[in-house]
Design a protein around this ligand. Structure first.
Ligand SMILES: *Cc1c(COP(=O)(O)O)cnc(C)c1O
Length: 554
């Protein structure tokens, strides 16, 4: 990232300190070159994304520095927000939202007594409506944009900045948005205008009236066989074929991996391996499909659901870029009679990172490692430091642990497509739903405010420590029993696999039980995740149950 684009002396946060002075020493701009660049600085001094807020909101109070906020600052912001939301609710007339619903008393808090709805883009329709706490949402987006090394804050006139929103569903919705966008982008649909409507005299055009550039190529989706089960469903939903579907349909006898087309790019070592995408198979497939003229949608994992493994994003992406440059698919120039220059340049790929579980903790693992606090190596950078990464999603209810599903989604503005449908205050609404969960924005904002970088690093270190403790205990039990318990963990994954115990234990600890085939042997396994609520006491209790005579059905 170019230093000239960074505004490290911008006043940031409730104390009005310069941004660089708010940084934890873990990522300090003034410390060693090694640590510099673990997060991205704000890029623009005059566009600070939470400037436009309703009366009663103090913008700087919502900017969350890496040190987090004090409890007093956090509580003041929550009270201020509640007051602004509560104010007009008694006289609500303009929206079809019934306010006489009774929340059960056990569920009640002041925030469940009000209607909150963050409909539309986080960056539009923000001035007028008090029940849309987008000032919190935008600061959560800024926080993760910095953590994932994106250019921030979002600036509609800057194609290099990142846009995003807090998801009402979890990562499934972010994956859907990425695939939907990738399909439209790679098929040549119009992009979002890179102008600021408030700075322009021109009326904004309704996207429906814009003609589409004729799609001439059929994109193909590639992801590993360990990818989350929501992906095939979503590809089907947006009519975006996976490579095996196109392969069977158009190239039945030409599979570069040999044999019949099968779903999912093979993983290293199959079921017996670490669950990461096999780079040489990926290269063969990218080469095959791009040489046939198919743009590539590549979905890579930062923490798979099963095994919690990390694809080597840096290697996979750079290999893909090399191949696309060779096959002339890296950039495609299309003639567009409607555009002023007559030329439109589009990339021939979209790389989406599914970080549902691990995008929340791997940046902190990297900080810990680079500061010499752990020997556990972080995965290769999955974030926007890679020029080829287009979009990233993370769930809020997984590692972070919000009580209901939600998530964070970021996408490069340069690739943001015009979507069809309604507009908000002259700026197109590019989210999936019209209404969006605003309570989630408040919860995520509260989480980042009360959890500094340093405390999140400490949390990750505790998890890693408990992973090795659990592995030790399981191995001790294994030697006592004299039976292979198939104990497996692939660092830096927080998932541990071992032989499935009896159903009583499975139920007691709500274990996830996959079945795999290793060297033609069927293995019934169970998987546990070492997340922040897990304690050594809970592990001891599990080990005690696993030590009982009938714990395993051999
Ligand atoms: C859980 C998960 C999903 C689905 O995310 P939700 O937040 O449950 O919608 C997608 N990808 C991966 C890797 C997951 O672990």
């Amino acid at each position: 990232m170019e230093t000239s684009l960074e505004c490290i002396d911008l006043p940031y946060g409730p104390e009005g300190k310069q941004w660089q002075d708010t940084l934890s020493s873990l990522v300090s701009w003034k410390s060693t070159v090694e640590k510099k660049g673990l997060v991205s600085a704000p890029s623009s001094c005059d566009v600070i994304s939470c400037e436009i807020v309703p009366e009663g909101i103090t913008p700087a109070l919502y900017q969350v520095p890496s040190t987090g906020l004090t409890t007093a600052q956090h509580d003041q912001a929550m009270k201020e927000t509640l007051a602004v939301i509560e104010g007009p609710q008694g006289s609500l007339l303009g929206y079809a939202c019934n306010r006489s619903f009774k929340v059960p008393s056990l569920f009640q808090c002041p925030f469940t007594e009000v209607m909150i709805n963050n409909g539309g883009s986080p960056y539009s329709g923000i001035r007028s409506l008090s029940f849309r706490p987008k000032w919190m949402e935008r600061n959560v987006l800024d926080y993760y944009a910095s953590l994932w090394n994106a250019k921030w804050p979002y600036d509609q006139s800057d194609p290099l900045s990142c846009w995003g929103y807090i998801l009402t569903m979890g990562s499934t919705e972010g994956n859907l948005h990425a695939l939907w966008s990738a399909r439209n982008y790679l098929s040549g649909n119009y992009l979002q205008p890179h102008t600021d409507p408030s700075k322009s005299d021109q009326p904004s055009t309704n996207p429906i009236q814009q003609p589409s550039i004729a799609p001439s190529m059929e994109p193909v989706v590639l992801y590993s066989c360990n990818t989350n089960g929501s992906l095939p469903r979503l590809c089907n939903m947006v009519n975006l074929p996976t490579f095996d579907v196109i392969g069977r349909e158009k190239y039945p006898t030409e599979n570069p991996l040999g044999g019949d087309w099968a779903a999912g790019v093979p993983c290293e070592g199959g079921d017996a391996g670490p669950g990461t995408i096999d780079i040489s198979s990926l290269e063969l497939l990218v080469d095959f499909f791009s040489s046939k003229g198919h743009p590539i949608v590549l979905v890579l994992n930062c923490g798979t659901t099963f095994k919690g493994s990390f694809d080597d994003v840096e290697l996979a992406g750079s290999k893909m870029v090399e191949i696309l440059k060779r096959s002339g698919m890296y950039e495609r120039v299309k003639v567009d009679t409607e555009s002023v220059s007559g030329r439109v340049i589009r990339k021939g790929f979209w790389v989406h990172i599914d970080g549902a579980f691990a995008a929340a903790y791997s940046p902190f693992l990297e900080m810990a490692y680079k500061n010499g606090l752990t020997d556990v190596q972080p995965p290769s950078p999955f974030d926007f430091r890679n020029d080829f990464v287009t979009s990233i999603v993370m769930s809020g209810h997984k590692f972070i642990g919000t009580p209901w599903p939600c998530g964070v989604y970021l996408v490069r503005h340069s690739e943001q497509i015009v979507t069809w449908g309604s507009t908000w205050n002259g700026s197109p609404d590019t989210t999936v739903g019209l209404s969006r969960n605003g309570h989630s924005s408040i919860l995520l904002w509260s989480y980042i405010s009360l959890n500094s970088y340093d405390s999140q690093v400490a949390t990750v270190l505790e998890c890693l420590h408990l992973v090795s403790y659990t592995l030790d205990q399981l191995r001790k039990l294994q030697s006592k029993l004299g039976t292979d318990l198939w104990i497996t963990n692939y660092p830096p994954s927080l998932a541990i696999l071992f032989r499935k115990p009896n159903s009583e234990t499975v139920e007691k600890y709500t274990l996830f039980c996959p079945t795999v085939c290793i060297k033609s042997e069927i293995r019934h396994l169970s998987q546990i995740y070492i997340v922040p609520h897990v304690t050594s006491k809970l592990i001891d209790s599990l080990i005690e149950d696993l030590s009982k005579p009938d714990a395993f059905e051999f």
